[in-house]
Write a protein that binds this ligand. Structure first.
Ligand code: DX5
Ligand code: ZN
Length: 230
């Protein structure tokens, strides 16, 4: 996997048809998705429940691009090995989910995955200052985690800019998650994000029988983001 800062669209399968993940993953990839974003929730760190390692393992053969696993679980350390074995390319953990985030990030890399660290909307950039050399990705949440379809929190744009400054020349992706649409994509792209997660804005109006809608939705986000970079 080579590093670059081009705009990457990562549809969140939280907004897919839960009875048809294999076909949904193939449909979004055929329609131009760059990464596949998998939201793991535990009903404890966040007020919602989704998938465990067996589900992630079942998605793996369908994902031809990059499987980006966003862990919204606490504790997180006991499950890192299982998600790595399930085939996650990136494993991202929240600063608040681990009493020892430095150790958690080391464990993710130790398990053979790329490591991501996540900032909630209320978490300051300083929280990751001392772990920046241990990560391959910084995820800035632009909603409070737990649900798709929430409103973008505009104050996070300035945070993205500050993260971008902090990482300088390091080969670290900046990902943004929550409320990303063709309207908000230009703001986050201009601030320095390169991986744009989008759930509702990608899946809305489409289906595996009507996948061109996914393609049009992905293109609309990408074009808006790229125009803001130019
Ligand atoms: C929220 C999840 C997001 C969510 C995004 O906790 O981490 O990935 O699915 O959904 P939208 O794009 O609908 O805000
Ligand atoms: Zn997510």
């Amino acid at each position: 996997m080579s590093f670059d800062r081009s705009i990457k669209i990562a549809p969140s399968i939280l907004s897919a048809d839960f009875a048809n993940f294999g076909a949904e993953i193939r449909a979004i990839e055929d329609q131009g998705a760059d990464w596949v974003h998998v939201d793991v929730m535990d009903g404890h760190f966040v007020p919602n429940l989704t998938f465990g390692p067996p589900a992630v393992k079942a998605f793996r053969p369908h994902v031809k691009t990059v499987m980006d696993v966003h862990l919204m679980i606490a504790p997180v350390d006991p499950y890192i090995e299982a998600f790595a074995e399930a085939g996650a390319d990136f494993i991202t953990a929240h600063v608040e989910a681990s009493p020892h985030i430095h150790r958690t990030l080391q464990a993710i890399r130790g398990a053979g995955a790329k490591a991501g660290v996540t900032l909630n909307p209320g978490t300051p950039v300083e929280a990751i200052e001392n772990v920046v050399d241990l990560v391959d990705l910084v995820l800035v949440m632009s909603v409070n985690p737990g649900f798709g379809g929430q409103k973008f929190i505009a104050s996070q744009v300035e945070k993205i800019r500050r993260v971008r400054e902090m990482i300088g020349d390091r080969p670290i992706h900046i990902e943004v998650d929550g409320g990303v649409t063709p309207e908000t994509a230009p703001l986050v792209a201009a601030a320095g994000a390169d991986v744009l997660v989008a759930g509702s804005a990608v899946f809305k109006g489409g289906s595996v029988d009507n996948p061109e809608v996914y393609g049009a939705n992905i293109r609309a986000i990408r074009e808006a983001a790229e125009a803001a970079r130019a």
